[in-house]
Design a protein around this ligand. Sequence first.
Ligand code: MEV
Length: 440
Amino acid sequence: MAQPVEGFSKRSKDEKIRWLAENYTDYPEETQRLLKQYWNSDAQLQQLHDEFIENTISNFYLPLGVAPNFLINGKLYAIPMAIEESSVVAAASKAAKYWGCRGGFHAEILGTEKIGQVHFQYHGPKKGLQSFIEAITPQLLQDAEPITRNMEKRGGGVTGIELRDRTDGLDGYYQLHCRFETRDAMGANFINSCLEQFATTLLREAGNHPDLGGEAQPIEVLMSILSNYTPGCLVRAEVRCRVEELEAESGMEGAEIASRLVRAVQVADCEPYRAVTHNKGIMNGIDAVVIATGNDFRAVEAGVHAYAARSGSYRSLTGAECTDGMFRFWIELPLALGTVGGLTQLHPLVKLGLNILGNPGAPELMQIVAVAGLAQNFAAVRSLVTTGIQRGHMKMHLLNILNQLGATEAEKTAVVDYFRTHTVSHSEVVARLNALRQMP
Ligand code: MEV
């Protein structure tokens, strides 16, 4: 049985790998070879990746694809997507092409506000606390000035500090609820640094303050941290066309497809079991672009799902309607993204991804990402209400199955060719490959 290890982070990469392979794997030699096989031959590039995190032992590849032909607000984009799921890039490309000749995607920013909070405890008189916070607000801002100076030069900064009484939920619990504008930065470091400075000033100013009930230190700060719930950092994207412009599919006219699409979105809006899968399909597109552009997909996921549940029940992030002969399909969601700072200038493929997109600022990237989510949802729901999802899905999964079965290049070509006109299933692929192998 493996023993706890001391000082692991201080060991060399080789030592870490050997220790891991010998203590935790069934095939130590092969493990070491495999991990090193994924190292980059350019030592400098590898070192860059090693230093992103602690205890790096290798690299974990995800395919980087590109979905071309996205017409967004009249500008044509090729969107980089990092994702392992076979059908996602294909579906995005298909939706881009579909809407490219129907006016493209229309996107707009509804807000760019970020939130951070200093959570603290206080049991003195409430009235005194409110006047105390109002009195020290200029000091809070002044003490944070060394942190905010550069951001202010770029048009950002702290846009509000407000005392919130949350004693309804928890005895003695208050917060400084702070608003920020972070321009092209996602802003996590900026916000957290400001908040920690606010906490320091708050404690200093509270000591022996006459309005706060006479205690030497009436306030206890619990923590200072940004919120990943960003309903004020919001983007909307839409596609629209006349119903008769929608393509027929699987024997269904455009009008029938439109009404089935609207119904499917209504189902997701009122049924959480469906809404979660519906929104997961949206996140297929969103996360892929968020990762390819070096943004924090966990932050985006957390914020988006909280937004989907803002009414008290978990609902669809997209909407659809058919009125006066017009079909409209839209998405509205919070996206706290950055195009400067973090990994954006550090990871060579992220830098390239942003370059492919024309080096957008954060608001433009928010629009592109929202469009990727909308396109993905349109493609998925359209398939679901017409052909069903498995036809396209399995077609894209075919190469994965063939690779699993160890097919040669010649076998892959022959089997892919066969399934152009046949329905893919795992057992059918096995049967076809076996038949091929038995041929003289
Ligand atoms: C699969 O990754 C995503 C879908 O399930 C989305 C949906 O059902 O809308 C196809």
